[in-house]
Write a protein that binds this ligand. Sequence first.
Ligand code: OGA
Ligand code: MN
Length: 285
Amino acid sequence: MTIEVHPTGAALGAEVKGIDLSQPLQDGDMDAVREAWLDHQVLLFRGQQVSDDALIRFSQYFGELNLSPASATDMAGGQAASRPEIWIISNVVENGKPIGALGDKEADWHTDMSYVAEPPKGSVLYSLEIPPAGGDTSFANMYRAFETLPDDLRRFVEAHSCHHDSSTTSVGETRAGFAAAMDVREMPGEVHPMVRTHPETGGKALYLGRRRNAYVPGLSLEESEAVLDRLWAHCEKPEFAWTHQWAVGDLLIWDNRCTIHRRDAFDPHSRRVMHRTQIKGGKVF
Ligand code: OGA
Ligand code: MN
């Protein structure tokens, strides 16, 4: 079978057909997938049946993996999976303990773990159980968001950094071991430039992490809030986005260096179970 890449027609994303991720990939196929990933930023593979081992093998074609924090403190909740490279994203509770992270609430627009010094370059999410409605995941193209900024904002982001808060998850929960947010100027986390150059494509992308508890060092609180509100209103424009409605067996891989994503809430009485991996990245520049 030959690989086919079908762009979604939206600002980013493509579906890749003709590939079975349960099997090791041929060199040529992997090169084509990697190239499609850089071109389209998010790839969708439907109807896959991948074991945790196969999910890890596929993810490792893109680089070394971050281990799941289920035993550490980065994401709230979560039990250990079959292998330490597997992260579980789920609302399911067994014996009074969540089997995974992020629950059933809406997850705000974010890019993964931007609050560390070397944020992950990509994340892979594979669906095992999907609720009948809700829980869609949307992605937005941050190259496009950067290119279309009004001149004053473009000059601003080229000259400023942002502080990314590590205390609170994208669903608004305080991570284990952290205190609840008090003053955004004093949150734990990391400072990164607001514009980053993608190390593989050379493209420039807005890099804002997430809105909640963000702060622009050097500004007054009021100035920082005002400019972040303007920037986020721009990033959240529907023309930069594509939404995926999950079916069981879908696998998505996204590039955290040039996209943001969010998730819709879903009925807490339904089950959503996803297995995930995260690909190590490097410093932001
Ligand atoms: C993630 C994430 C969204 C979803 O795994 O990083 O944001 O749809 N997941 O579960
Ligand atoms: Mn995420």
